[in-house]
Design a protein around this ligand. Sequence first.
Ligand code: HEM
Length: 457
Amino acid sequence: MRNDNAFPPGPRGLPLVGNIPGFQREPLKYMSDVRAQYGRIVGLSLAGTPVVCGFAPEHVLYCLTEHPRDFISLQSQNHSNLREVLGDGLLTIEGDYHRQQRKLVQPAFHRQRIDQYADVMVKYTQEMLEEWSPKQELELSSAMQQLTLRIIVNTLFSVEEFSKVQELSHAFTAVIGRPPRRMRARFSPFALIDRFSRPQKDYVQGKHVLDTFVYGLIHQRRTEGGDRGDILDMLLTAQEEGHGMNDQQAHDHIMTLVAAGHETAQNTLCWTFYLLAKNPDVRGKLLQELQSVLGDRAPTVADLPKLPYLEWVINESWRVMPPAWRIGRRATRDFDLNGYHLKEGTIVLLCQWVTHNDAEIWGDPQNFRPERWDPAKGEKVPRGAYFPFGLGPRICIGMPFAQMETRLLLGTILQRFFPEPVPSHPIELKPGVTLRPKYGMRVTLREASTNQALAHS
Ligand code: HEM
């Protein structure tokens, strides 16, 4: 049924700012509340811009797989938060240019290529574990950030030297973790002031360190040639219809891959340990599987197919705590969705946080139940209901990398320790570009023998 003039129902906003205050204050709660109150499609206004929240699987498929060319990513708009930081990498470009660049970058993420990075992932995790001791208390979020950054920096450009990795990590954290004031959210009431204010000093310094390093390395590689087997070499030698990449393109892709490739994995690991602590039965089954397949050794890439429960635990963690919790698109032409005729310029928000936790789809979304991913159990997930990596032509290019990395790191850590959240430490969600623990995650390290006792309990 077509409904030419109407806009989907939703909460009435304030004059001028519309629904901004509620949306910005607590976006996760706001999205869940409007889904509960108004249904599977909800209309909002953010400072005069019409916004439609599409919570149903068919809305996800419509925008991401069936009509992707009728929408552009919000990240690629000129004023987007990410664009100034990352330049024109895959996350922030559109149309034919995106399709052409994606073909150039894609070979670096083929499964066989990615498998070669497994050893480094496990080696760095083991080095981290050497520094850990039983009963020690630490902040897990920063530990996981250091580890995942070290891995991405090595796999991208083979940097081993620890002090160099540290220097780059600090610079990346300054640039990506604390973007300049003038790049606060587009809908922020401060947006206008932000636009004219100067970026912070640590951002400027961090960007200088990174640009100097990445451009220097590109120049060196072009001069020396050779193949070190890392992603930068793949990017510099990639050709599509006789065209390769210039220095700026390679630089922007590298920046994007570092940004997109570590925070998501860092958060996956933190939230998975958190969910395992809350679900001791699941933790016991997982430890049992690791114990029976691996004994006391760390996993290798060849072990992964023999560790299905490990895979289901991570799939379930991405359902409950999706690191990318929403995807935004802007329509480039009028379109029809769910019976509504919507105008060019309308923003569509697809929200993993809500759709992954929708009782109409999942039955018992509140339960952390890895068994729902067991193909033998035959529980069917409708297409479009689960999209932690997006879908369609912009699906996460790093998905195979992330799937391997999170399983290897989780398996390797659990062979030695279980990081148990400190009960007095507050756990709150912070939905930024990714879903993080707002105050980090303080944990106490329980040693493997206790883990194994748990596995047999
Ligand atoms: C748990 C880990 C990860 C999650 C949950 C995740 C999630 C996502 C999502 C949802 C998108 C789609 C955004 C959209 O449609 O607008 C995306 C895109 C992207 N991701 Fe990931 N990602 C992860 C890991 C990685 C890794 C490890 C890398 C690289 C090493 C990476 C690189 C990218 C890039 C370059 C894009 C843009 C793709 C394009 O537009 O063509 N991601 N990611």
